[in-house]
Design a protein around this ligand. Structure first.
Ligand code: ATP
Ligand code: MG
Length: 776
């Protein structure tokens, strides 16, 4: 342990070595805050603190997993396993499963995701016959969410004339009723939405002193990463739990507070010293992540903000290359700039895709980048789009599984009661909903007693409803006796979901079936993992909880080598050797909506600070002079943020020499598919050694993966290329099915399919357009 601690600098060691008492570490990006938390936990354990008594709250579950892995490396896996670690939502969902009955929730409560919540609000608005143009479901959910995060319950809402007036002024006088309906419907369904996980935890800790005492006693040491972005509800939970032992360590950076729009409260950092007695405040000043140019440019930017704590950030790292600024005429050209630069860098320096990240302000911007990367055949992954678990076919399967665990789950039920079609129409569902509301029961319970309630349904419909109930109950019996994998496989077939997709026959249908297979693989992994841990049968309920709280960052196992595309909000806490910040244009970044108040503009600036400080070695700032937005081509000005950086840190890639860009517009497709052959020839010889920055601290960096050789023509996942070249007899490698050989090929173009016999898994027919194949 001493050895690990000695790898920290003195300032970092201090908060590690102070065992007890409240402490706050405030420090700029890349100064080792997260690392301090990790070492602190390991050190506590090495001093005899039981892992069960430590609670660490992180921004993503992925961050928690990584932290746990590092701690396991130091103190051993068996010990680390017992740590309570995760996001606020995942940790407190677990506690609510144990204690929720006190609040009237079943331990198997469902977790509604945003889609579920929006649909339910939409249904309520319709039932109340309100104008959807005024009462926009997403917006309403946003309001409800902010009430919940400020601990304004329905009752508190109706006791607060100011809130009601504010809603009435914004033409939503019936907001309170919707809120009330929504809360009642969730409760009746035995469901919590994301915000409930925090709100109900607060309620639990407030109303039940014995429960509070129990968890205060359990969590004797509490640690919180990214403290600047906690909202009021989270703040109160931490405050309550740490009240007895006061062993609380929070780390954060006020300059990286970027979630105010979702209720994060910067005052949580500023007031920490007032909340506890004898708070030790630590500051870290040395940045280990980024080159000098990046650190200093970032300082330059954040200096422009008036509301901030004064901080010093410096680095002993090399100057590094200057930040490259690129102007393009259109957004698609911007995409091509990104793709060709990545391509060149990969060729010249033997870099894996995982060294590159493209960050943008809004999700919509990913399209032009994706198009260009695809043309260059560079694998990428988009984070924060529609996550795997939110795809329709996956949500359909999951809805059945949710019903198995909690048949009261109204959103799950409405989703699949007539999918695949079984002749239960909308009118029937409406009648069931009305009856359920009337009897204050769930729809499923109404269906169970359909014989005794007069809903004026014909005999055939009644039978169909009863069949559905019987089917779900039969799944419940299977769930008692078999593991989650077996059950899911059974559900996918028995409900007719898979047949439905097969009938569909389109490539999309096939992709959907593949996705369901992927889900089954995921469940298999999960159940196997469970068996390893405690020999238990794979617990479906636990899997569903994991899924409900998974963000797609969590899915990233780091196994496949892809360029990361994400919004800046998601990139918090991460680091990459090369970072592109694209769309640096006025009205886009800073966003048009932020230009009215200083505080909004300052939040945008902090966002830019976060973006820039993700880069270790090279940052690129890109802007376009025109861009398609809302279907129209609009002219745009470069972002003020570029101008705010001192020119000494910047290199302009296109000086005013009339478009004589460093890169040439792409030489388009030829018979080699989308590979730009001329570029292959022009590329400088492959460096014999990786660049120097790869050698330094390589072991410390979670996201520097093993270098993969970049070979000339064969590129990973280049389906179009192989589409042309594949012949019967080729030995291929599939991302999931492994090795196999091609038995036959049929069809042309996008419809071309190959029948492949895989060593494990047997014969499969794959659409080449989608199959991820490598020829061996
Ligand atoms: P952010 O504000 O972006 O969340 P952070 O303050 O949490 O950043 P870390 O992610 O903990 O910073 O550290 C940044 C990088 O510097 C990591 O790669 C980490 O391993 C490395 N690092 C931190 N401290 C040291 C050190 N003492 N010696 C070497 N490398 C270090
Ligand atoms: Mg961090």
């Amino acid at each position: 342990m001493q050895n690990i601690i000695s790898q920290l600098n003195e300032a970092q060691q201090a908060p590690v070595l102070q065992k007890d008492g409240p402490m706050i570490v405030i420090a700029g990006a890349g100064s080792g805050k997260t690392r301090v938390l990790t070492v602190r936990i390991a050190n506590l354990m090495s001093q005899g603190v039981d892992a069960f008594n430590i609670l660490a709250l992180t921004f993503t579950n992925k961050a928690a997993r990584e932290m746990k892995k590092r701690i396991a490396d130091i103190v051993g896996n068996n010990e680390a396993k017992n740590l309570w670690m995760g996001t606020f939502h995942s940790v407190f969902a677990k506690i609510l499963r144990i204690e929720g009955e006190k609040l009237g929730y079943p331990s198997n409560f469902s977790i509604y995701d945003t889609q579920d919540s929006v649909r339910l609000i939409g249904a309520i608005i319709k039932e109340m016959q309100l104008d959807r143009d005024i009462y926009k479901p997403k917006q309403i959910l946003g309001r409800i969410s902010s009430y919940k995060n400020s601990l304004i319950t329905v009752k508190a809402y109706f006791n607060n004339p100011d809130l009601q007036e504010a809603d009435a002024m914004s033409k939503k006088p019936r907001m309170g009723e919707i809120y009330q309906q929504y809360v009642e419907r969730c409760f009746k369904s035995g469901a919590m939405d994301f915000d409930d996980l925090l709100l109900k935890t607060n309620e639990l800790l407030n109303r039940f002193p014995d429960v509070l005492a129990k968890y205060q006693d359990r969590f004797r040491y509490i640690l919180v990463d990214e403290y600047q972005d906690t909202n009021h509800s989270q703040y109160l939970i931490v405050r309550a739990l740490s009240d007895r032992f006061q062993n609380i360590c929070v780390v954060g950076d006020d300059a990286q507070s970027i979630y105010a729009f979702r209720g994060a409260n910067i005052n949580n950092i500023l007031n920490f010293q007032k909340d506890y007695e004898n708070v030790q405040m630590y500051r870290l000043e040395q940045n280990y992540r980024s080159s000098k140019n990046i650190v200093e440019a970032a300082n330059n930017i954040i200096d422009k903000n008036k509301t901030k704590l004064d901080k010093i950030v410096w680095t002993a790292n090399d100057d590094g290359p200057k930040i490259k600024v690129h102007r393009s005429v259109t957004d698609s050209e911007e995409g091509r700039f990104v793709a060709s630069t990545i391509f060149e860098q990969k060729m010249q320096n033997q870099l894996p895709n995982g060294h590159f990240a493209v960050l943008y302000r809004t999700n919509a911007q990913s399209r032009s980048i994706e198009d260009a990367l695809r043309k260059r055949d560079i694998s990428y992954r988009i984070y924060g789009g529609l996550s795997f678990y939110q795809r329709k076919e996956i949500k359909d399967v999951l809805a059945y599984l949710r019903l198995v665990i909690n048949p009261k789950d109204e959103e799950a039920l409405v989703r699949v009661i007539n999918y695949p079609a079984r002749g239960i129409g909308n009118t029937t569902i409406e009648k069931l909903t009305v009856a359920a509301n009337h009897y204050k029961r769930s729809i499923f319970e109404v269906m169970e007693h359909i014989d005794k309630i007069d809903l004026k349904l014909n005999g055939g419909t009644k039978t169909k409803l009863q069949d559905f109930v019987t089917m779900i109950k039969s799944f419940q019996v299977i769930n008692e006796n078999q593991d989650a994998f077996y059950l899911t496989d059974h559900v996918a077939k028995k409900t007719g979901l898979v047949q439905e997709l097969k009938k569909d026959g389109t490539p999309e249908g096939i992709t959907r079936i593949e996705n369901i297979e992927e889900l089954l693989n995921g469940i298999k992994d999960f159940t196997e993992g469970q068996k390893e841990i405690d020999g238990a049968r794979g617990a479906l309920a636990e899997f569903l909880e994991d899924v409900a709280l998974a963000t797609d960052l969590d899915k990233d196992t780091g196994d496949d080598d892809r360029v990361a595309l994400m919004t800046i909000h998601l990139a918090k806490g991460l680091e990459f050797p090369h970072v592109f910040i694209v769309g640096l244009e006025e009205d886009l970044f800073p966003s048009a909506m932020s230009l009215n108040t200083r505080s909004d503009l300052e939040e945008e600036r902090r966002l830019f600070y976060v973006a820039l400080t993700r880069a270790e070695h090279q940052a690129y700032l890109a802007y376009a002079q025109s861009r398609y937005r809302w279907g129209k081509l609009v002219d745009s000005e470069p972002s003020r943020f570029i101008e705010e950086i001192d020119d000494t840190y910047l290199e302009y890639l296109n000086p005013a020499d009339n478009g004589n860009y460093r890169y040439k517009p792409q030489m388009d497709i030829d018979i080699f598919g989308d590979i730009d052959k001329s570029k292959l020839r022009l590329a400088k010889p492959i460096a014999s050694k990786p660049p120097a920055y790869l050698n330094t601290q390589a072991n410390d960096k979670p996201n520097i993966r093993k270098l993969k050789p970049v070979s000339g023509i064969k590129t990973q996942g280049n389906t179009n290329l192989f589409d042309n070249n594949l012949v019967v007899g080729n030995i291929v490698m599939h991302e999931r099915f492994g090795k196999g050989h091609i038995v036959s090929i049929e069809g042309i173009g996008a419809d071309k399919k190959a029948e492949i016999k895989f060593d494990v898994g047997g014969l499969k027919k794959l659409l080449l357009k989608f199959a991820k194949l490598d020829v061996l």
